[in-house]
Unconditional design. Structure first.
Length: 180
């Protein structure tokens, strides 16, 4: 595994495990133009699947994959980019069922009774009954959609500015040089 991807995984794991806490005591500042462009890109892009299709940050998006609120505040721009560019994720599993195979992620708090089917990169919630799943293993097929997208440095800077704003309520200017 490449060093930058390992760093991204470790950073993501630490943030999601709750070892990093965020405190918001003031009302958020008005959103900057850069963060607004990043929010728009988070919710809709012509470069594949938008981040907000599977992720939520600051209450915006869909809670299928990990909530990015805990990651975005403390992690630097390069760490976020490493996470975006990971081709595999620890959360996605390959499932075999009586009806067929699919790639998915358990809905948080349901312990395999509800699984988000990611087969077509349009998450669909499947209800699972005991015995429906015949086997399950770590994903080796599904690729994290941004890993194959060709985002410009400006798009990445804007996206990171949105993630920072949504997680902290503060505008942080992210320069193109910060994401190269």
């Amino acid at each position: 595994m490449q060093k930058s991807r390992l760093y991204g995984l470790l950073t993501l794991g630490a943030a999601l495990a709750g070892s990093v806490t965020l405190a918001q005591t003031k009302a958020p500042a008005p959103i900057s133009a850069q963060a607004q462009r990043g929010k728009d890109f988070f919710l809709k892009t012509d470069k594949g699947v938008a981040c907000g299709t599977c992720h939520q940050v600051g209450g915006v998006g869909t809670a299928v994959g990990p909530d990015l609120t805990k990651l975005a505040g403390p992690v630097g721009a390069r760490g976020i980019i490493s996470t975006i560019q990971m081709s595999m994720t620890a959360y996605v599993q390959e499932y075999k069922t009586k009806e067929g195979d699919f790639v998915g992620i358990p809905k948080e708090g349901t312990s395999n009774s509800q699984i988000w089917d990611l087969t077509d990169n349009k998450p669909a919630l499947k209800e699972m009954k005991p015995g429906d799943i015949t086997s399950q293993k770590q994903n080796e097929k599904w690729k994290h959609p941004p890993a194959t997208a060709t985002y410009t440095p400006q798009e990445l800077a804007d996206l990171i500015a949105w993630l920072k704003y949504a997680s902290t309520g503060k505008n942080v200017e992210i320069k193109v040089s910060d994401v190269r």
